[in-house]
Design a protein around this ligand. Structure first.
Ligand SMILES: [Fe+2]
Ligand SMILES: [Fe+2]
Length: 276
């Protein structure tokens, strides 16, 4: 039987988005069926590629070269959905990568449960947004996309705490901040399909940030270190630039991310400390 780490590498080395997500979803279903039966699939070990396989299209451009379009136009909304599909495909790989990349470190089975579930949800998100693109007569790959998405993974390839700090607790938490605005854009344009897809993404991403926060705190607890201090050090080390308010304080709280984790890393002053 293939180990979980070997399955993760299979997903990472599959290029096509629909094939990658179908394979990942099948592995997730088998993982949870085996867990429920009390006969877990061994975690094992396997070497993940430094970068995941990607389809020939979209062309990956430096972020400065990706054309900006205003969301008030149909072309702008299509570009926004395309960018979200690209983020979701990257997220599928990020979650399988954390499983394979750090499989040599002993972690409770619950760690793998959480990331397999998150990877499965990202696959659903990619498919939902790809369906929206196809309903508009387009598809994932039709527009250029951001080339820098994998940088956080490469930068933290040797540091599990760094990976948790930067990926779920900074990047995915940022998703919680910006998704309500995107939902508003598609609600205003009357695209019910895109609204439904983004609402599913918004609800499920809270869980991914929560998994990050949970395992970050758990690892700090095991090492006897102060999670807040470690978080600040790691984000300053691996993340390029300040965090951008406004923050979705409500959803961040739901995900177990306290304000004193992110405000000290932000551009600007927290509202409670502003001098009026
Ligand atoms: Fe997602
Ligand atoms: Fe996510």
């Amino acid at each position: 039987m293939l180990s979980l780490a070997e399955r993760a590498v299979q997903v990472l080395t599959t290029a096509d988005g629909r094939e990658k997500t179908a394979l990942g979803r099948a592995h997730a279903a088998e993982w949870f069926a085996a867990r429920a039966a009390g006969t877990p699939i061994p975690v094992g070990q396997a070497l993940p590629p430094l970068r995941p396989a990607r389809p020939e299209k979209p062309d990956l451009l430096d972020p400065r070269d990706v054309p900006r379009r205003r969301p008030g136009t149909p072309a702008g909304r299509l570009a926004l959905l395309h960018a979200v599909a690209h983020i979701e495909l990257n997220a599928v790989d990020l979650h399988w990568d954390i499983i394979a990349r750090f499989a040599d470190q002993p972690m409770p089975l619950g760690f793998y449960d959480d990331w397999v579930k998150a990877a499965d949800e990202e696959a659903k998100h990619f498919n939902l947004v790809s369906d929206c693109l196809e309903a508009l007569g387009s598809h994932y790959g039709a527009l250029p996309a951001h080339a820098g998405m994998w940088r956080a993974a490469e930068d933290t390839a040797g540091d599990l705490l760094g990976r948790l700090a930067v990926v779920p607790m900074v990047l995915e938490a940022r998703g919680l901040d910006v998704t309500p605005g995107m939902i508003g854009v598609f609600r205003a344009s009357g695209d019910a399909g895109a609204v439904a897809a983004l609402e599913t993404i918004y609800a499920e991403e809270v869980g991914h940030v929560a998994y990050g926060s949970k395992w970050f705190n758990w690892l700090c607890g095991r090492a006897g270190s102060d999670p807040k201090e470690v978080f600040h050090d790691l984000v300053r080390h691996y993340f390029h630039g300040a965090l951008k308010p406004p923050f979705n304080e409500e959803k961040r709280a739901e995900a177990g991310l306290p304000p004193d984790f992110y405000w000290p890393l932000a551009d600007g002053i927290p509202p409670s400390q502003k001098i009026i």
